[in-house]
Write a protein that binds this ligand. Structure first.
Ligand code: ADP
Ligand code: ZN
Length: 214
């Protein structure tokens, strides 16, 4: 299985991606996660990316494309992959098309997780992450039974710098301007499948139905 998940920030890409990857045993390539790991490790890429990320802007295409190009050639991608958070711009999609052609790889489809802006703001502004184990909570939908302490590992919960409301609005604007055109791009190639992600529970089944069909 080789699929791309796209959708606005807060569409639940990370959560759905985990479920799909577990079910199908494919490699999970999250550009956001790779970037955050680089920021944490203080790599050259991380240093370059941090400022963009903290303000909700996109990291420049050339940095991202190079990063994904090397990741897609790692061994674990041979059994399939799920791209989460990439491509985010039309130039990234074009670069990916060229790369896949060169590697002789065909995609099964591009899944759009569809949610409205207000749902996005509510989900993200309430999101808290555990410093210890990375578990994701939401103060309204899925609070920790221990308040601001993780109920799995007792780690401290924190809010991502880019989950503050002003930054969320900025990320949504960036999404509508730069990522939404990908919908047109993949529709024109008959590769796009839209999945309603406001509820979220049955999203992996819907995706299986789509991928099984293609
Ligand atoms: P979300 O989907 O919740 O917005 P991610 O974890 O996917 O967040 O990404 C966090 C940040 O990392 C983005 O706001 C952006 O700065 C950067 N980023 C991740 N993927 C890309 C990409 N494909 N192109 C450019 N920037 C990216
Ligand atoms: Zn924890």
């Amino acid at each position: 299985m080789r699929i791309i998940l796209i959708g606005p920030p807060g569409a639940g890409k990370g959560t759905q991606a985990e479920k799909i990857v577990e079910r199908h045993g494919v490699a999970h390539i999250s550009t956001g996660d790779i970037l955050r790991a680089n920021v944490k490790a203080g790599t050259e890429l991380g240093v370059k990316a941090k400022g963009y990320m903290d303000s909700g802007k996109l990291v420049p295409d050339d940095l991202i494309i190079e990063m994904v190009e090397s990741r897609l050639q790692e061994k674990d991608c041979e059994k399939g992959f799920l791209l989460d958070g990439f491509p985010r711009t039309v130039p990234q999609a074009e670069a990916l098309d060229q790369l896949l052609t060169r590697l002789n790889i065909a995609l099964d489809g591009v899944i759009l997780l569809d949610v409205d802006d207000e749902t996005v703001v509510n989900r993200l502004s309430g999101r808290r992450m555990c410093r210890g184990c990375g578990k994701i909570f939401n103060v309204s939908y899925k609070p920790s039974s221990k308040g601001d302490i993780c109920d799995s590992c007792d780690g401290q919960l924190y809010q991502r710098d880019d989950d503050h409301e002003s930054v969320i609005r900025n990320r949504l604007e960036v999404y509508h301007e730069q990522t939404a055109p990908l919908v047109t791009y993949y529709l024109a190639r008959e590769q796009l499948f839209k999945v309603d992600a406001v509820k979220g529970d049955d999203v992996p089944d819907k995706i299986d139905a789509i991928v099984g069909r293609s």
